[in-house]
Write a protein that binds this ligand. Structure first.
Ligand SMILES: [Zn+2]
Ligand SMILES: [Zn+2]
Ligand SMILES: [Zn+2]
Ligand SMILES: [Zn+2]
Length: 383
């Protein structure tokens, strides 16, 4: 999605290979594609314009940003009818004429805005933080405006998150790749693309980010975070074996770096176990979760979202197994009833984790009912 391919034949070039147009930096696999692009691909007309906008990456980011804003405003049109932007107070943006969006947890008349206004606000806040050399914590808090609503403090989602991902990338793309904001902007873009279900595009961004970090010799904790994102995108694409491979690396990497009791290690164990279950490797998933759950309970507590998720996934590893015993299925139902009670109290009924647990509970009860009937029939047949 960011430009990792030849502009003509789509040969993979990563972030640095290939031959660049001397004026606008559009990249090609070689001279033949470059010549063809100039003569027949319209590059003779576009080259100057691309150069003026800041080069091929910047030009592409600007274009994609404009498209993404249109998509987000259209998706939000029904919800935003008759509202105004809480930043510029207008319905239509004075300059871009874009419509309003809302993609967080704001309710009522709160939280309507233009993507351009949200982006401008985030940019100004982060610029200030950099100018004043703020510490890591306030710097990160300001960076959060690229992905979290300042009013309801919840993440943006869907097309709005995607448009803000492009906004962020467009803002920092021209910085050197050693600049922290450049890499963080790539992460935001990957997250936004994933959130809007552009998983293939997200994968190419995430893989580019990972290879960039490796090339720059980035610290292991940073690489582990990006690897986690790569694995998540693989899983969403249904490429489970590849996801599993990376999740194992992330799990063992975190355990080595931080120890078994660290929340990052527990999160990684949960991801790895979940993929094992999806691949029907139930025994391995159960063994890992049996070892991890007591650690999570003592370190994080029974009420913690991650503890709840680990127990939910343990139950899933029990009831999805077609050779589960009646006792396994009863264990799964009891575990889910218990986690459901806690999740409702702590997270509320509409939280995705609570809804996931309840969906699991229905499936586990169904599996138990079916198995009970089968066993009764078997028993009757024996007599
Ligand atoms: Zn080519
Ligand atoms: Zn050019
Ligand atoms: Zn506005
Ligand atoms: Zn909000």
């Amino acid at each position: 999605m960011i430009l990792t391919q030849c502009a003509v034949c789509a040969t993979e070039l990563g972030l640095s290979l290939g031959k660049k147009c001397g004026r606008c930096s559009t990249r090609y696999c070689g001279a033949a594609c470059q010549v063809q692009h100039w003569k027949e691909g319209g590059h003779d007309k576009l080259c100057k314009q691309i150069k003026r906008s800041g080069g091929a990456e910047q030009y592409n980011a600007n274009e994609k940003y404009t498209e993404a804003v249109t998509v987000a405003a259209e998706a939000c049109a029904e919800d935003t009818k008759g509202q105004t932007c809480f930043i510029c107070t207008q319905a239509l943006h004075w300059k871009t004429k874009e419509g309003l969006v809302r993609g967080c947890s704001c309710r009522g008349t709160a939280g309507f805005a233009h993507v351009s206004c949200l982006a401008e606000q985030a940019k100004i806040l982060f610029d200030e933080a950099e100018e004043n050399n703020l510490d890591e914590k306030p710097l990160n808090e300001r960076w959060a405006r690229w992905h979290t609503c300042s009013l309801c403090e919840q993440n943006y989602h869907g097309t709005v998150r995607c448009a803000l991902g492009w906004a962020c990338w467009k803002t920092y793309v021209s910085r050197p790749e050693t600049d922290r904001a450049w890499g963080s902007a790539m992460t935001q873009l990957g997250n936004g693309l994933d959130d809007a279900n552009h998983n293939e595009d997200a994968l190419s961004v995430r893989e580019a980010e990972l290879s960039m970090l490796r090339r720059l010799g980035a610290p292991e904790d940073r690489i582990l975070i990006v690897q986690t994102n790569v694995a998540g995108t693989y899983a969403r694409l249904g490429r489970l074996e590849e996801a599993l491979q990376i999740e194992w690396d992330v799990y063992s990497g975190n355990a080595r770096l931080y120890g078994e009791e660290h929340p990052s290690t527990l999160i990684a164990a949960n991801n790895y176990a979940d993929s094992l279950t999806s691949l029907e490797r139930f025994e391995e998933a159960k063994a890992l979760l049996r070892a991890t759950i007591p650690v999570a309970r003592s370190v994080l507590g029974d009420d913690h979202r991650l503890t709840l998720r680990l127990r939910w996934h343990y139950a899933r590893a029990l009831y999805e197994n077609t050779s589960a015993t009646l006792d396994d299925l009863r264990d799964a139902v009891t575990t889910l009833e218990d986690t459901d009670r806690t999740a409702r109290q702590v997270l509320g009924g509409t939280h995705p984790t609570t809804m996931g647990i309840e969906c699991g509970l229905r499936e586990a009860r169904d599996a138990l009912a079916v198995r009970s009937v089968c066993e009764a029939v078997d028993a009757a047949n024996l007599h």
